[in-house]
Ligand binder design. Structure first.
Ligand code: SF4
Ligand code: SF4
Length: 146
């Protein structure tokens, strides 16, 4: 038996799980972690550590997540081992994520900045409209209809 990392791990990477694994069977890819089924000793320690509830025993995989068993086995052969928890930083998607060096993470950061700028200029537009409405009212009070 092995434990399996599933969909909820994608782009999350709190990486709390890796520090408790006694046999270093977590591997890190660009968007998620996987467990090497040949190394996992079924100790169950990682499962309660995952805040995203992404880790399951292979016998208790939720519906629709079964494909992750083969995916973990395959990707664990290609991705490097990770043994230390990473620092996290805010992202627009879920509040936190680990730092990444890939261009996809900088693209995501750029999208975040653009979204923040868009929100700020929309807020400025709303403020200006409120100000103009107030001016209209003031002009109406000072120049009542004859
Ligand atoms: S704690 Fe859970 S969501 Fe985070 S990296 Fe580990 S398996 Fe993935
Ligand atoms: S069940 Fe134990 S051995 Fe397997 S991945 Fe989790 S912590 Fe590591």
């Amino acid at each position: 038996m092995t434990f399996v990392v599933t969909e909820n791990c994608i782009k999350c990477k709190y990486t709390d799980c890796v520090e408790v694994c006694p046999v270093d069977c977590f591997h890190e890819g660009p968007n998620m972690l996987v467990i090497d089924p040949d190394e996992c000793i079924d100790c169950t320690l990682c499962e309660p550590e995952c805040p995203a509830e992404a880790i399951f025993s292979e016998e208790e995989l939720p519906d629709g997540q079964q494909a992750f068993k083969a995916l973990n086995a395959e990707l664990a052969k290609q991705w490097p081992v990770i043994t230390e928890k990473k620092d996290t930083r805010p992202t627009p998607r879920n509040g936190t994520a680990a730092p990444e060096s890939s261009s996809s993470s900088s693209a995501e950061a750029n999208r975040f900045v653009r979204a923040r700028r868009g929100a700020r200029s929309a807020s400025r537009r709303r403020g200006l409209l409120r100000f103009l409405d107030g001016l209209d009212e003031l002009v109406g009070v000072m120049n009542p209809p004859m």
